[in-house]
Ligand binder design. Structure first.
Ligand SMILES: Nc1ncnc2c1ncn2[C@@H]1O[C@H](COP(=O)(O)OP(=O)(O)OP(=O)(O)O)[C@@H](O)[C@H]1O
Ligand SMILES: [Mg+2]
Length: 326
């Protein structure tokens, strides 16, 4: 973003907050989850809960919506949000839980503690958290949020009702984008909407932030603007790169990769994600698609373990070039 653009952004409210659903009913998608949560709320009988799922799909939103429905205007006094990764260890979490649990209640049986990024806690810290949950279970309900429930120790999982949030359906993202564009009176082309949905990959936060950023220039929001502002490679460019590799032209494929990484400033990890999401849309034989996915998995793992993105992507293209199309 240029300085002028960010100045404009500064004056404007952040749309992900402005359009954050306030009630369970307004949450897009997740019908089964919303229904289950609704019945907890209407019985006014919450258990501890674990929300697991990818970023930007409504976990925090669901937790705050529950608090609004239970406590109405008092919701902020009865809802404590903690982030496991920036609370510097379980002791800090425990102290804050303690003081929150001890203060007065304004007539409510229990208050809610929302612990974000619970999967950032070590197993030991989670054991301590488990004891804290038990100690205060009379007057506090925990809602834990994480990306990977496999990182949460079993004794905690078994004490929680587990809710698995999936990436949002493209239709849900599209509908929300159209709605916001209309309310903000933004001119968005059809290919712009399609690009936002593609960029989001089921992450509503990404879609809304992309729309807001792309609208800052004041021009029509089209495909071009969306891909540029979100530093996302066009699906065609990725497909061409893969095609070149599968045709055995490693040099050309590598130079496409270089353009994406260097000139367009796209992150290697994002290229891997895009490959993963779109490989079935490319016109590949099953065998080739399987091979691409296999290599994508390997590169993804190595990059997560700290390997160089560029080397892994080049190695991926090299192996496709060696094996060819069939
Ligand atoms: N299901 C949804 N329906 C409508 N808007 C949504 C939905 N999910 C996310 N959003 C929008 O995206 C923003 C971010 O969502 P939220 O904070 O709930 O994500 P999250 O699942 O908690 O992600 P993270 O794992 O990164 O914390 C919300 O403020 C809202 O604007
Ligand atoms: Mg969240």
């Amino acid at each position: 973003m240029s300085e002028a653009e960010s100045a404009r952004a500064g004056r404007q409210e952040v749309w992900i907050e402005k359009y954050r659903p306030q009630t369970l009913e307004d949450i897009a998608g997740h019908e089964a989850i919303v229904e289950r949560l609704g019945s907890y709320v209407s019985r006014n009988d919450l258990s501890h809960m674990l929300f697991a799922g990818p970023a930007g799909v409504g976990k925090t939103t669901a937790a705050t919506a529950i608090a609004r429905e239970l406590y109405g205007e008092d919701w902020e006094e009865n809802f404590l949000e903690l982030n496991a990764s920036d609370e510097r260890g379980i002791d800090v979490v425990r102290d804050r839980v303690k003081s929150f649990a001890r203060t007065s209640f304004g007539g409510y049986d229990y208050r809610i503690i929302f612990l974000d990024e619970a999967d950032a806690l070590t197993a030991d810290a989670q054991s301590a958290l488990r004891r804290t949950m038990e100690q205060f279970s009379n007057n506090v309900r925990f809602i834990l949020s994480c990306n990977y429930s496999s990182q949460i120790i079993d004794p905690i999982q078994s004490r929680c009702a587990v809710f698995r949030f999936s990436p949002l359906a493209d239709e849900a993202v599209e509908a929300q984008i159209r709605q916001i564009a209309q309310e903000e009176v933004i001119d968005v082309t059809e290919d712009g909407i399609e690009a936002l949905v593609y960029v989001a990959g089921g992450d509503m936060r990404k879609a809304i932030n992309g729309l807001q950023a792309a609208s800052m220039s004041g021009d029509t929001v089209n495909e071009e603007a969306v891909f540029e502002i979100t530093s996302t490679a066009r699906p065609e460019d990725i497909r061409e790169m893969v095609d070149l590799a599968l045709d055995g032209d490693f040099t050309a494929a590598r130079s496409r990769l270089d353009t994406l990484l260097t000139e367009e400033g796209i992150a290697g990890g994002d290229i891997i994600d895009q490959l993963h999401r779109t490989v079935w849309e490319f016109d590949l034989s099953d065998a080739a698609a399987v091979r691409v996915l296999d290599r994508v998995g390997e590169a993804d793992y190595r990059i997560t373990e700290g390997a160089s993105e560029r080397i892994q992507l080049e190695a991926l293209l090299a192996s496709l070039a060696l094996d060819g199309r069939d």
